[in-house]
Each structure stands twice: as C-alpha cells, then as structure tokens.
Design a protein around this ligand. Structure first.
Ligand code: SF4
Length: 272
C-alpha cells in the first residue's frame, strides 16, 4: 500500500489536486482512499459530487468513538474512492491535531485503512503537532509539496521541508520528500522558480499544473476535472501526475533553505 500526502499552504489548490489525483489513480484501476485533514473539510467534496460528508471529529464528538462505524465515517465517491474528512478545530480553540489523531485511531480500530493508495490531503500553514501527525506516526510515507511561485506558498513549503527533515531523523518515522508540484498562479517565471526551489531543497519538480479555467468550471459543477472533462488537456495533466507518483522511487531527505536564501531565490525570479 502506497501512502502519500500532499502538503501545502491553505488555498494553494491541494484539495483540487488531491481529488483529481485520486480520480486519475482510480481510473487506472487502483483501490484508492482519500483522507482530508483541513478545517475546511472540503477535500473530498468534488469526489462526492458536491456532498459535504460528516467529519470524524464531529462524529466522535457527538456519538463517542465506540459508536462510530465505517458507514458513518467512510463514504464512497467517484470510481469507488473511499472518502474521509478528519475535521478541524473549533474557532478560537484549535485542535492540536485531534482531528487527524481521532481519524487514524478510528480507521485503525475499524480496519478501514487499506487499499492500493491512500492520499492524505493535509493543511500545511502552521507547524503544529497536528500538522506533523501523519508524517510522525508513519502514515504518510511520501510527501509531495504543493506550491505556486508566490513567496508565502514557497515559505510554507520550505517549513514543511523543515518538518520532514526533523522527523526523518527519528527512528519511528519513515517519511521522505517525494517531489514538488507547481500549481501555477500564472506568475512570470513561475515554473523555473519552483523548479529551482525543488532542486535547492534536494528534490525535484514532478508536475507543473497550469492554471486552467476548466478547473473552475468542473468545480462549480461539483466534479473533478477527471470526471467532468476527461478529454481536456488539464485531465491529462492530472493523469500524468498520477503516473509519475505511482512510478516515483526518488525519495529524499529535504535540505530546507534559510530565510535569507529563500528570499534571495524569490527576488531573483520575481521582479518588475
Ligand atoms: S494547524 Fe494544528 S491546530 Fe490548526 S487545524 Fe491543523 S492540526 Fe489543528
């Protein structure tokens, strides 16, 4: 079983990328599970034709861990993909990772963590205990960073590199960096910038996803691009990503940049 995680800044397009990736993987005949860990709990929505599924954190809060079963927490979406939403913090309280911890505990008790591929879609804005959970406990073995060429998005990706590097020194942890995905915002020089960033952190750019209107069109029609426009060029971009990920054996321990190095790198590409 391959367990991969997509990490990146909030709003960078992780959920769109994850859902399209899962859909493309399932079209290859693979048994896929997608677990979203983001307070917005909309990671799996496009696989569920727009349906908001209940979060594990809410289910456990309302019914107690012992009273939640597979049909309550695991929903079948496009291509038979099993969809789970971990849920997030209550406003002003934070969750310190309770959502994802509760999800792992529940799915393990229910023996529901199985398949050819598990795709974790994890928010990477804040380096807190919860954010690192899937890596720390050996669930996410291959980490993909989703970033654009915007500075704050690269900053978040670099922070995630720091977490992977730190965790990879621990014996229980088996996570490594598997690649960088550029989800383009159409900034001039963006692909070259993200490619160089990937190389500087001891990884490589595994996909460049161009900004395309069909992504929005599919989204308002509550579908992934793979389902809504399978013949489109954008669908082929996601299928290529799925193939690359399945064949990827290039796993590394990242070498995060110092703040001044990251700033210099960004300055050398982002100019007037
Ligand atoms: S950053 Fe930490 S506290 Fe905030 S939602 Fe993520 S896991 Fe919870």
């Amino acid at each position: 079983m391959k367990q991969i995680a997509l990490y990146g800044k909030g709003g960078i397009g992780k959920s769109t990328t994850s859902a399209n990736l899962s859909a493309a993987l399932s079209d290859c005949g693979l048994d896929v599970m997608q677990i979203g860990c983001d307070p917005k709990h909309d990671s799996t929505r496009m696989l569920m034709q727009g349906e908001w599924i209940p979060t594990v954190l809410d289910l456990v809060r309302e019914h107690g861990d012992a009273n939640v079963g597979v049909p309550d927490a695991v929903f079948t979406g496009y291509g038979g993909i099993r969809c789970v939403e971990a849920g997030g913090p209550e406003p002003g309280i934070g969750c310190a990772g309770r959502g994802i911890i509760a999800t792992f505990q529940l799915l393990q008790r229910l023996e529901a963590l199985y398949g050819d591929v598990i795709v974790y879609d994890v928010l990477g804005d804040v380096v807190c205990g919860g954010f690192a959970m899937p890596m720390r406990d050996g669930y996410a073995q291959e980490i993909y960073l989703v970033t654009s060429g915007e500075f704050m998005s690269l900053y978040a990706a670099n922070n995630i590199c720091k977490a992977i590097a730190r965790l990879s020194r621990r014996t229980r942890s088996v996570c490594s960096l598997a690649g960088v995905i550029c989800n383009a915002k159409n900034i001039p020089g963006e692909e070259a910038l993200v490619r160089e960033f990937a190389e500087r952190v001891n990884s490589r750019l595994v996909a460049y996803i161009p900004r395309a209107n069909i992504v929005q069109v599919a989204e308002v029609n509550q579908r992934t691009v793979i389902e809504y426009a399978p013949e489109s060029e954008q669908a082929e971009v996601y299928r290529n990503l799925a193939r690359t990920i399945m064949e990827n054996t290039n796993l590394t321990i990242p070498t995060p940049l110092e703040m001044h190095e990251l700033e210099e790198l960004a300055r050398s590409y982002i100019t007037l």
